[in-house]
Design a binder for this molecule. Structure first.
Ligand SMILES: Cc1cc2nc3c(=O)[nH]c(=O)nc-3n(C[C@H](O)[C@H](O)[C@H](O)COP(=O)(O)OP(=O)(O)OC[C@H]3O[C@@H](n4cnc5c(N)ncnc54)[C@H](O)[C@@H]3O)c2cc1C
Length: 474
């Protein structure tokens, strides 16, 4: 091995230069780095997250360019491309930051063994979580099943390690010619929607990348954190951090967020506990690889879910006739993101009002969220459906109207996303069907023509859900 043998840094969900243990350790070897990403169909995300991935690749490439390097994007199966690259570049080692989803872990474990067999060192590092999913355990050494004790134990465990700096100098190795055929230029990533191009709202709202992630955090610390506990449930207030896609793609690490909150000198307990839910989700996925497929409470396997393609379509397209539900589903479709309170309301509506299997909602979110992650999404769906371990009980059925009155009292969020109702006064906007047709007419709305009538009656839907649940218990 000579000083010119490269160290391969295999980027996956860690699109950043700072607090990147795999990259820093590679640089510290003093050998040139070969930065790669593999577009591997086995680990492709859903549609909206693919849009984000395209931006993440370009932003990381630009950041490496500023240091005189490139991110080499290869298309193919990582399991064969990475060993090929290691062999043909004469790499001294391959570095990566660990991922914890079952598919990714499977690929990485097999790859580690294959590299070692070819005498190439494989080093993996932590960074995506405050604590790796197997770390926080009960006194008996078992994984936690409830969030509150989990988070108490995580906090008692101590804060995360201090974030690492970005390497100040980088020297780069060239991609071996033998791999040129697998290399793809940005125009060929094939991650962006073309016909139709549904990403206009994503482009308006989001800028992927490490710089944008830190700008987002700085903005939140400046004008969001102080009021977070008070306004985080008000969708019109935009009082949450909007860091979720940046965390999902590793543009920023939870350790960096943790440290920034601590250094801001502000009270951050509530906000950090929300990040704790993300940690809890990963610890659950680590225990239950089939979190997105199986009810954690097996009794729910017998629940008679309805087959209702029309209801599902109305929910997906924001045409249920319940304004808060429709506002949320349209925000999701347009921007790839939805406010957390509204995510809970729309999830409850699908599962309880429509009695549609939560897995169909999970799959829709997986395809439409820019922040979709394989742990938080199924955990929250199972929470909403009552099928999870630490979940809202099934019999607690959220009323979309009461939620709307409570959390969007002036109807501002609804007006923004359901413009047909823009002129409807606040007292009627949460349940327009109870309004006098003449009054609605003066606001330019005829129900059934300009905006749907409710696809389900709340009371009847509630009774149906409770009957299904009671039958299940009996
Ligand atoms: C049905 C449903 C599905 C969801 N799917 C996802 C998903 O795929 N990916 C995802 O990141 N979040 C998911 N969430 C959780 C939550 O809605 C989002 O994390 C949050 O809305 C992101 O906005 P924010 O960054 O402004 O959050 P903030 O309130 O600013 O919270 C800060 C960070 O904490 C984490 N966080 C907050 N709440 C939760 C939570 N309930 N579960 C897990 N992590 C949380 C996120 O990383 C978030 O960025 C889901 C929630 C529900 C009810």
């Amino acid at each position: 091995m000579t000083r010119s043998n490269p160290v391969i840094v295999w980027f996956r969900e860690d699109f950043r230069l700072a607090d990147n243990a795999a990259l820093l350790a590679a640089v510290e070897t003093g050998q040139p780095v070969l930065c790669v990403f593999v577009l591997d169909a086995a680990t492709f995300p859903g549609g909206a997250a693919r849009w984000w991935l395209d931006g993440a690749l370009r932003a990381l490439d630009a950041a490496l360019h500023a240091h005189g390097g490139t991110l080499h994007v290869l298309r193919g199966a990582a399991g064969s491309l990475i060993p090929e690259l290691a062999r043909d570049s004469g790499a001294a080692a391959v570095h990566w930051n660990r991922r914890y989803d079952p598919v990714g872990r499977g690929v990485d474990t097999a790859l580690k063994a294959a590299l070692r067999q070819s005498d190439v060192a494989a080093h993996s590092f932590a960074g995506a979580l405050l604590h790796e999913p197997w770390t926080i355990r009960t006194r008996q050494g078992a994984p936690f099943q409830m969030f509150t004790p989990f988070w108490r134990a995580a906090c008692a465990f101590g804060g995360p390690r201090p974030p690492l700096s970005a390497p100040s100098e980088l020297s780069f190795a060239r991609l071996p010619e033998t791999l040129e055929d697998s290399r793809v230029a940005p125009a060929g990533f094939g991650l962006l929607p073309v016909a139709p191009d549904w990403a206009a709202g994503l482009r308006e709202d989001w800028e992927p990348g490490e710089t944008a992630a830190h700008a987002c955090l700085t903005r939140f610390l400046g004008d969001g954190l102080a009021a977070y506990g008070r306004v985080r449930d008000i969708p019109a207030a935009e009082g949450t951090s909007r860091l979720s896609p940046y965390l999902r793609f590793g543009h920023i690490t939870p350790a960096q967020v943790w440290q920034a909150v601590a250094q801001s000198g502000q009270e951050g307990t509530k906000f950090l506990a929300e990040m704790g839910w993300r940690e809890f989700a990963w610890s659950l996925l680590f225990q239950h690889e089939d979190l997105a497929r199986r009810n954690l409470r097996g009794t729910f396997d017998a629940l008679p879910w309805r087959t209702d393609p029309e209801g599902l379509r109305a929910w997906q397209t924001g045409r249920t006739g319940y304004p808060l539900v429709d506002a949320g589903m349209r925000q999701l479709w347009r921007t790839g993101w939805m406010h957390n309170r509204v995510r809970m309301v729309v999830a409850s509506f699908l599962v309880k009002h429509l009695l549609i299997d939560w897995r169909q909602g999970e799959a829709w979110f997986a395809d439409t969220l820019v922040d979709h992650d394989p742990a938080s999404n199924p955990m929250n769906w199972q929470w909403s459906a009552g099928t999870g371990v630490d979940a809202a009980p099934f019999f607690r059925i959220m009323s979309p109207v009461l939620q709307s009155e409570k959390f969007d009292p002036a109807g501002d969020y609804i007006r923004r996303w359901v413009p047909e109702l823009a002129d409807v006064p606040a007292r009627l906007i949460h349940a327009p069907w109870v309004a006098d047709a003449g009054v609605l007419g003066t606001c330019g709305v005829v129900l059934g023509r300009d905006y749907p009538l409710p696809i389900e009656d709340h009371r009847q839907a509630r009774a149906r859900a409770l009957a299904a649940w009671t039958a299940l218990r009996n």
